[in-house]
Design a protein around this ligand. Structure first.
Ligand code: AMP
Ligand code: MG
Length: 403
């Protein structure tokens, strides 16, 4: 059975081998969060476009200034002012943050280090050439490429695009991810479940995870545990860029997803992963479309999405697969788990003094969404580890939606 790292690598290799160029669309810069850029973004001019003061104070020629120097203030420059004035020898100019230095000035002295009497400004300490301003062109040259195709757009990248006037960005279309839940017991969230029925929470969590991963969820509802219903709804799902099913991949008599997919000539790349929760997860390709069958227990569905499906969405978006958000922490309490599979336990990571401490939460197993909703991470217990003593170092997988 593959480890989760091997299964993840399989997903990455299979999809990388086939991904072609994505269709693109123009997105307004303010709406482009989470898209993958499909163009270069270049500067329209030098940045900053002028010598920009970074403090409120006085623009000076540094060599004029010593502790106790008093100079006449001859002018004032605000942010946005057109600067025509120049700095005369043995004078200073009052300047605000964001304003352009007058020519001849090579430093700004913070207002806190001065005192003023009429137009006379007294400097309490010396000044060094270059202090408290950003020289023209030092952040970026004119025509310099700042953002390149394949970059994922976060708030900093969007701000940079906005700064250089890229009001619209050519982006890869988000991959369309079909979501199909399965199970005779599953009813829509809006309907009142009978005593032995379960609301379809997996389609909700999967859609949220698809969005977080940068995809567009296409909700196909639920298929009954019947071959005909599964087949027709899977066929519909295969029209999208990726199909993700939940439920019906375990060993039960009515777990028919794998059987139906096999009957539809799916090539499977794995049909189990050495993890808990999530062991029965399957991945393959049916026709032109990659398919995941995730186990239906809600926490299994969530964990397997994060480990296996998220990198697929990255690659289909036209960017590299992000690495898993794994960090190290000290475990707060002793822990014992059955070896043989890697465990992902709902856990809470908190700062304790100088260290990060993690504690597994009590839970009733992979159906316990309430426990997971108190968690901000998963404590990863490697397959070859049976016991962890309090204070030992462990690996933690962060929940990127809440941290
Ligand atoms: P399965 O993987 O089909 O054997 O389902 C395992 C468990 O997950 C069962 O208790 C199901 O009722 C539950 N389950 C399956 N699908 C969903 C779903 N869409 N939403 C919530 N729970 C589900
Ligand atoms: Mg089922």
């Amino acid at each position: 059975m593959l480890t989760y790292e091997q299964a993840r690598q399989t997903v990455i290799e299979r999809i990388s081998a086939e991904k072609g160029p994505r269709a693109t669309e123009q997105i307004r810069v303010g709406d482009a969060l989470g898209y993958v850029l499909a163009q270069e973004v270049k500067t329209d001019r030098e940045y900053p476009p002028f010598n920009r003061a970074t403090r409120d104070g006085y623009a000076v020629f540094a060599a004029d200034i010593h502790p106790g120097t008093t100079l006449k203030c001859t002018a004032e420059i605000k942010a946005g002012d057109r600067v025509t004035k120049e700095l005369w020898a043995e004078t200073c100019v009052q300047i605000m943050t964001g304003a352009a230095l007058p020519s001849g000035a090579d430093a700004v002295v913070m207002i806190e280090h001065t005192s003023r009497d009429g137009d006379q400004v007294r400097f309490e300490r010396g000044a060094a050439s270059g202090q408290n301003f950003v020289p023209r062109g030092s952040e970026a040259r004119a025509g310099q490429t700042l953002l390149t195709p394949g970059m994922r757009l976060g708030y900093a990248e969007l701000a940079l695009a906005a700064q250089v006037g890229a009001a619209e960005l050519k982006c890869g279309q988000k991959p369309r991810v079909a979501i199909l839940s399965t199970g005779d017991e599953i009813v829509p969230v809006e309907s009142a479940p009978g005593r032995f029925q379960i609301r379809n929470s997996n389609s909700v969590s999967l859609a949220a995870q698809v969005r977080l991963a940068g995809g567009k969820p296409i909700l196909l509802g639920n298929a009954m545990d019947r071959e005909d219903d599964l087949q027709s709804k899977i066929r519909r799902g295969l029209q999208e860029d990726l199909l993700v099913l939940s439920g019906g991949v375990s060993m039960g008599k009515y777990d028919l997803v794998e059987k139906v997919l096999r009957g539809m000539q799916t090539e499977f790349y794995f049909d189990a992963v050495a993890i808990r929760p999530g062991k029965p997860a399957v991945f393959g390709k049916c026709g032109e479309t990659f398919v995941f069958g995730l186990p239906g227990n809600p926490v299994s569905t969530m964990v397997t999405f994060e480990l296996l499906v998220a990198p697929a969405v990255d690659l289909l978006s036209g960017t590299d697969a992000r690495s898993l958000p794994l960090v190290e922490a000290r475990i707060g309490e002793r822990l014992q788990e059955k070896p043989g599979v890697t465990h992902f336990l709902p856990a809470r990571l908190e700062r304790l003094g100088a260290q990060m401490e993690v504690k597994a939460l009590k839970w009733q197993g992979s159906g316990d969404v309430a426990a997971l909703s108190k968690a901000n991470c998963y404590l990863v217990v490697p397959a070859d580890v049976e016991k962890i003593e309090a204070g030992e170092k462990v690996t933690v997988l962060l929940r990127r939606d809440v941290l």
